[in-house]
Ligand binder design. Structure first.
Ligand code: WTA
Length: 662
């Protein structure tokens, strides 16, 4: 589509609010060819979940032993639980690698890695991946890692991250990947909470042409983690690295002599596969625990149906493997399906804003899965960056991380997909393990901006604050009324949080998101309704940022809210009151923002630090965040009810300062 035609198309579509049918050519070849195909499978998944999931598990995974029961759960028990395939035995690494070695997939590319420097590319066939994973598994064993032990992986987007994850899975160890953009303090907290004794890291990493001191950050964290006896270090860049002789060992040295054969452990389906930390409404991040059988089945099935995966596809999920999206759709989903997964170390706009399109063209990517923030930022760069590349290999476009506006959706669809590729919006969470609500490609009509319909076995509902069902079109809280195999199994070391956060009311899992449902049963996600903000698809707890701010000596009190941001979706707006006698200055503003960056990581750096004389509070002393959110968003006309405020003049002061800042 030419620029002018496209602009007209987007304008017209935005006006019409029409839905878009999948193209007949796509549907004809898709796994789900029609709305009836979807309806039929969806109905079966709800009416007889045991038969449905049992059948899917037999067909899609290899088991050492079959299960005694398919689905068991109780959301309302004092200790809620969910179990799939009890008594069944399998190994995730076997399912992701070994079972592909007997046939034609043996020499197929499992993982293609594109480094940030263009010339750095590595291809791991299934056979090669098998050797590397076995070696790494043997190294972990030689370091004393046993079944059930947690291992923290603090690695950038290099192949060793996927290899180390699969090596843990192979020996029954539980990986806890910590995003390599998080700070030393955040890493230390996660190491402590996980109870890991072994940490895997890299000496350096690349980001936007700069060299990151990954090992340096790790050293800083480990200085306060005496329980960690071994740190395994990948040599990403040939550059002097300080090694602690008692503690640090090189990955290369140990894998060089390790045996390339390692028998996989037979894991009971509900033994944990990994723990992944995520932010919630509490100041401390929670370690979300996922089991083996249910998770792997769910990742595999969603990979197949949501992305309409075909044997010859190259699938590129642009997320970092340090987050759930990478766990499920760079590593477990694609590899368990025997697909080719592209792993990319770089960023969308370095060295130029056409980096993504260059990579799509270079490898002939078929399925592209990225985030709305990326779509928005590339849309702003304009088409001169897209039109110079051949994007004809693309077959399907996916979106994840935050609501995608109709405008960004239509640009993605028309400028990148050329109107040929269905766009699958995918709503889900770290806790859900895999995609929950999506536009099943080929089968269902797309409505730009709507996440569309539930995946098999998923029964979402929108409810009011009193728990009664919301009417059509009425926004409310998004809950899920029954379990699905990808569902989290608990919060690491914190049973109470599992109950309190996710099952506060009987019979439902609470997502923390707001949504409404339209007359066609399509879900529209409106964003978080708890104290979590979504910055470029990264989840950040406002309580975490506040606790970082008040750890500064100058700060008396802090309240953090999200504010609209054109590229990041939400920005971070921090209201801060200072102790008596502290002088307000721009230096202090910068110092506080940098402090948060240091404590949590660059993604948490506040966009605005607003010094306030006082914060608006109720008579009982509760900070009124609703008002703070409105002021940050410049929506001050409808501040409506401020009568419950203890000191209404506070609000006028805040509005004045906000106007001055913007
Ligand atoms: C948000 C990422 C709207 C949502 C997989 C959710 C979305 C949180 C979408 C989970 C989407 C994710 N539309 N909102 N398609 N996808 N979200 O745990 O608020 O990093 O609760 O998992 O991201 O973020 P998490």
């Amino acid at each position: 589509m030419e620029h002018n035609t496209r602009a007209a198309f987007i304008r017209q579509m935005l006006k019409d609010e029409r839905s878009i049918e999948p193209s007949p050519e796509f549907s004809y070849k898709a796994h789900l060819k029609s709305r009836q195909d979807y309806d039929e499978l969806y109905r079966r998944s709800l009416t007889d979940p045991d038969a449905f999931w049992g059948d899917m598990a037999e067909r899609h995974l290899d088991w050492y032993r079959s299960w005694d029961a398919v689905e068991e759960y109780d959301f309302d028990a004092p200790r809620p639980f969910v179990r799939y395939f009890r008594g069944g035995q399998l190994n995730a690494s076997y399912n992701c690698i070994d079972r592909h070695l007997d046939g034609p997939r043996r020499n197929k590319a499992a993982l293609i890695w594109q480094g940030e420097p263009s010339e750095e590319v590595e291809v791991f066939t299934y056979q090669r991946l098998h050797r590397e994973v076995c070696k790494a598994a043997n190294v972990l064993k030689s370091l004393g890692v046993q079944r059930g032990d947690r291992v923290v992986l603090y690695l950038p987007m290099i192949p060793q991250l996927a290899i180390a994850m699969l090596a843990c899975a192979r020996i029954g160890a539980v990986h806890c990947v910590v995003f390599s953009g998080l700070s030393a303090e955040a890493l230390k907290d996660r190491i402590d909470d996980s109870g890991a004794r072994v940490v895997v890291t890299a000496n350096f990493g690349y980001r936007s042409g700069k060299i990151l001191r990954i090992k340096g950050v790790c050293d800083q964290a480990l200085a306060e983690c005496p329980q960690v006896k071994t740190c395994l270090v990948v040599r990403r860049i040939e550059k002097r690295t300080t090694m602690e002789p008692e503690r640090d060992v090189w990955w290369d040295d140990l894998t060089a002599t390790a045996s390339p054969a390692c028998e996989p452990e037979r894991m009971e389906a509900n033994e944990p596969l990994f723990v992944l930390y995520t932010s919630g409404s509490t100041a401390k991040p929670k370690g979300i625990v996922h089991g083996t059988g249910g998770y792997l089945l769910y990742a595999t099935l969603t990979m197949k149906y949501v992305f309409d995966l075909k044997e010859t596809d190259i699938h590129w999920c642009t997320a970092d493997a340090g987050w759930i999206t990478g766990h499920s759709y760079i590593v477990y989903g694609p590899l368990a399906s025997g697909a080719t997964s592209l792993m990319f170390e770089g960023v969308p706009n370095y060295p130029k804003p056409d980096r993504f399109w260059e990579v799509v063209e270079k490898f002939g990517v078929n399925l592209l899965y990225t985030a709305p923030t990326v779509v928005r930022s590339l849309m702003r760069e304009g088409e001169r960056w897209t039109c110079t590349h051949d994007l004809s290999s693309l077959r399907l476009l996916g979106s994840v991380g935050e609501p995608i506006t109709a405008k960004a959706w239509l640009w993605y669809y028309s400028a990148i997909g050329q109107g040929r590729c269905p766009v699958a919006d995918t709503w889900w969470q770290t806790e859900t393990g895999g995609v929950m609500i999506t536009t099943l490609p080929g089968a269902v009509d797309m409505k730009p901006g709507s996440a569309a319909l539930p995946f098999f076995g998923v029964e979402p509902k929108v409810v009011r604050s009193d728990g009664t069902p919301a009417a059509l079109g009425e926004p409310g809280s998004l809950v899920v009324t029954r379990p699905w195999p990808g569902m989290m199994q608990g919060v690491h070391g914190n049973e109470q949080a599992f109950k309190d956060v996710y099952f506060p009311t009987p019979g439902r899992y609470v997502t923390g998101d707001g949504a409404y449902c339209d007359e066609d049963g399509y879900f529209w996600i409106t964003g978080r309704i708890d104290d979590v903000i979504n910055v470029s698809g990264h989840r950040l707890g406002t309580a975490e940022i506040e606790s970082a701010l008040v750890s500064c000596a100058e700060v008396a009190e802090a309240a953090v809210v999200g504010c609209p941001h054109p590229v990041k979706g939400e920005g971070i707006y921090a209201y801060v009151t200072l102790h008596e006698g502290v002088v307000v200055s721009d230096e202090l503003r910068i110092q506080l923002a940098s402090h948060v960056r240091e404590v949590i990581g660059p993604i948490a750096r506040p966009d605005v630090v607003h010094f306030a004389k006082a914060l608006p509070k109720t008579r009982s002393g509760k900070i009124m965040r609703r008002i703070l959110r409105k002021i940050a968003a410049h929506q001050t006309e409808d501040l409506c009810d401020i009568s419950t405020l203890s000191e209404p003049s506070v609000v006028a002061d805040l509005i004045r300062e906000n106007e001055r800042l913007s």
